[in-house]
Design a protein around this ligand. Structure first.
Ligand SMILES: NC(=O)c1ccc[n+]([C@@H]2O[C@H](COP(=O)([O-])OP(=O)(O)OC[C@H]3O[C@@H](n4cnc5c(N)ncnc54)[C@H](O)[C@@H]3O)[C@@H](O)[C@H]2O)c1
Ligand SMILES: O=C(O)C[C@H](O)C(=O)O
Length: 328
């Protein structure tokens, strides 16, 4: 067994929290040889419910759970943490776009970014799940001036996994037969699920499905999947979101498979002509704990237009929250 690492989860008494904590504690995120100490943050009125979750975590007697800190104090929550999963935020209801949450949720991520800046390990890995995830990640990052901006990421992995699942179903393949899917841009309805480089059992995906299905079914289904789940369940996705968060962190910490990549929302360095600084979904590979954008992919006019549209939305979101950035 390795020395334990500290993993903060915000919104820990919420529905994603309930699907996430037990899997992190069981070793699904960092492996069965990596003990964790969970730091759980909630707002004060949710502390009694959080206490119930802590009782259940303890009752599982997980071999890899070496402690739980439950608190409503951001400074305690992020003290010495190695990983931070920022989930706690208001979810959208039917008919809302995720960016309608910018005002309500933006205010949460500035103080949390500051507390991470002041208290977390210098090599902390931060994943923002709470919507609008990309721009919330930017707000947190911009309130953490002492940390490497690349430590702040946003979740587009759920979209990536949804794309794999849709394509596997369409082609009669297994999820594991699909490689090199990309989600470009924002975790919103402007995201661009790109299968131009994707393979199914080694064959180009676009040779197995027709362009009409790609354009008129696949892309809108992936873009609108969150809304479809809200309509069906009366609540936003939870178990699949938790699973994607685990996938994102596991790949970031432990690496990606040879011959494949994953999609992560990361600070743009201008690659593929995207506005530098916005938190944009890119195809990445990870080795030695560090992610790199997959370079050199051919971008046709179809892709270019969609990549630019989602970039534009992220620039607009950034302009709307710049007042929340720490002064430098
Ligand atoms: N990026 C993605 O792919 C993705 C997927 C699913 C859901 N989400 C988003 O994740 C967020 C959480 O969803 P949920 O279904 O768990 O919601 P939920 O309402 O069930 O839980 C959110 C929890 O966060 C807590 N919270 C609110 N403000 C907080 C703060 N300042 N500090 C700590 N905790 C706080 C609430 O008390 C609540 O318990 C929402 O914004 C949702 O839209 C993102
Ligand atoms: O769509 C939402 O608001 C929830 C989440 O972001 C999702 O994609 O399921």
């Amino acid at each position: 067994m390795k020395a334990p690492v500290r993993v903060a989860v915000t919104g820990a008494a919420g529905q994603i929290g309930y699907a996430l904590l037990f899997r992190i504690a069981a070793g699904d995120m960092l492996g069965p040889d990596q003990p964790v100490i969970l730091h759980l943050l909630e707002i004060t009125p949710a502390l009694p419910a959080l206490n119930g979750v802590v009782m259940e975590l303890n009752d599982c007697a997980f071999p890899t759970l070496h402690g739980v800190v439950a608190t409503d104090d951001v400074n305690v929550a992020f003290k010495d943490v190695d990983f931070a999963l920022l989930v706690g935020a208001r979810p959208r209801g039917p008919g809302m776009e995720r960016k309608d949450l910018l005002e309500a949720n933006g205010a949460i991520f500035a103080p949390q970014g500051k507390a991470i800046n002041d208290h977390a390990k210098r090599d902390v890995r931060v994943l923002v799940v709470g919507n609008p995830a990309n721009t919330n990640a930017l707000i947190a990052q911009q309130n953490a001036p002492d940390l490497d901006p690349r430590r702040f990421t946003a979740m587009v992995r759920l979209d990536h996994n949804r794309a794999i699942s849709q394509l596997a179903e369409k082609t009669g393949a297994l999820n594991t037969d699909i490689a090199k899917v990309t989600i470009w841009g924002n975790h919103s309805s402007t995201q661009y699920p790109d299968i131009h480089q994707t393979t199914v059992k080694g064959k180009p995906a676009l040779s197995l499905v027709d362009q009409t299905w790609y354009e008129n079914d696949f892309i809108p289904v992936v873009q609108q999947r969150g809304a479809a789940i809200i309509k069906a369940r009366g609540a936003s996705s939870a178990a699949s979101a938790a699973s994607a968060a685990i996938d994102h962190m596991r790949n970031w910490a432990l690496g990606t498979a040879a011959g494949d990549w994953v999609s992560m929302g990361i600070p743009s360095d201008g690659s593929y002509g995207i506005e530098p600084g916005v938190i944009y979904g890119y195809p990445v590979t990870v080795s030695n704990g560090s992610y790199e954008i997959v370079q050199g992919l051919e971008i046709n006019a179809f892709s270019r237009a969609r990549m630019d549209a989602t970039d534009r939305e992220l620039r607009e979101e950034r302009a709307a929250v710049e007042h929340l950035f720490a002064k430098r």
